[in-house]
Design a protein around this ligand. Structure first.
Ligand code: HEC
Length: 191
């Protein structure tokens, strides 16, 4: 953190101090900060993600059959890319989920060129909340032993590792109806 502060604008340093001071204490607080702060956070070079970054799918923004959010506040920019049929590069902070237990989060540039700065997560979800089972760039596997990146890297380049059904990834043996049922059964939404 200290190294990166050198040479950056003073306002960004303030934004980072804010991020550090507030990080991890309040589960649902990330989405509620003021727009000016969000703009600054979007320029930060590191993104702090923990179990409290994730929650009930139904509280995210639904795009067709999947859900998005943005941990740095710029949900509109994430939604714009997700809605585009031409693809696009997801902005830092973007969260993308198809099922409650698997997540992709976009880091600021430089996190991992091999994954185009996506971090993959395998989550544990219960009525009590979220836990992170596994996270990282190239080594994360889902509970069926499938490596996230191996599949998602096959998406055509303009889709930024997002598979859907027709972006060039190998198919998964789960129908959209089954996915919808799993989405609706997210235990974190049943309070
Ligand atoms: C066997 C290949 C395969 C593996 C392994 C895999 N995925 Fe996927 N994933 C897909 C396909 C195909 C879709 C699109 C399914 C659909 O739209 O019905 C998808 C959809 C998604 C989506 C919704 C956005 C999109 O790309 O359409 C996310 C987020 C996601 N997967 C995350 C993960 C994470 C995290 C892991 C590892 C923990 C993982 N996936 C492992 C093939 C895979």
């Amino acid at each position: 953190m200290t190294g990166m502060a050198a040479g950056r604008a003073g306002l960004l340093v303030l934004a980072l101090a804010f991020l550090q001071a507030c990080g991890g204490s309040e589960p649902a607080d990330e989405a509620g900060s003021a727009p000016a702060t969000e703009t600054l956070l979007a320029e930060a070079q590191e993104l702090t993600i923990d179990a409290s970054s994730f929650g009930c799918l139904a509280e995210m923004t639904q795009i067709r059959h999947f859900f998005v959010d943005n941990l740095l506040g710029d949900v509109a920019a994430t939604v714009a890319v997700a809605e585009s049929t031409e693809g696009g590069v997801y902005p830092p902070g973007s969260v993308v989920q198809l099922v409650p237990t698997e997540v992709m989060v976009k880091h600021p540039s430089g996190y991992s060129p091999a994954t185009r700065d996506w971090e993959f997560f395998e989550l544990g979800v219960t009525a009590e909340g979220t836990s992170i089972t596994m996270r990282g760039s190239v080594d994360v596997v889902n509970r069926f032993g499938g490596n996230c990146l191996d599949c998602h890297i096959k998406a055509e380049p303009q889709f930024d590792l997002i598979c859907e059904l027709d972006h060039g990834c190998d198919p998964i043996p789960v129908t959209r109806e089954q996915i919808a049922a799993v989405q609706a059964a997210d235990p974190r939404c049943m309070e």
